[in-house]
Write a protein that binds this ligand. Sequence first.
Ligand code: HEC
Length: 120
Amino acid sequence: MKFSKSTKVGFMDRFARTGIAVFFAATAVLGLTGAADDAARGRALAERLCATCHLNPGQVEKTGPAGIPGFQAVARRPNQTREAIVSWLQSVPSVMPNHHLTQDEMEDLAQFILSLRNEP
Ligand code: HEC
């Protein structure tokens, strides 16, 4: 029964592969939704706390009398990362008001800022 044995192995193999593929697809989808949720929370926070300085229409790199970069310019910096934005916020920079952000809020804000990178 050499033939039927190999068929069985083939089936189990395919079954296992499908399971693994489904697992990874689900992880990817959950990961993406998580990031989208973070960005949405970050957007709400940014509109409340940061907009007057960083989200003015047409604001690019160092615009306006205060020379403050818009968030899209911040997002588009070469090698910009979520970690870099979070660590800027963690440093409570003296050039910015202290918003007393939690770690989660900083991460949501960073996710939101990076989400602007590919917006028109
Ligand atoms: C009162 C104005 C003001 C507010 C409100 C403000 N910022 Fe800023 N922000 C600044 C200034 C000024 C700088 C420094 C700009 C510079 O010199 O490059 C800065 C720089 C930054 C940078 C670094 C930009 C870079 O050059 O890479 C980030 C990130 C940032 N702000 C995030 C935020 C977030 C998030 C909020 C809201 C929670 C916020 N800021 C609120 C004024 C402000």
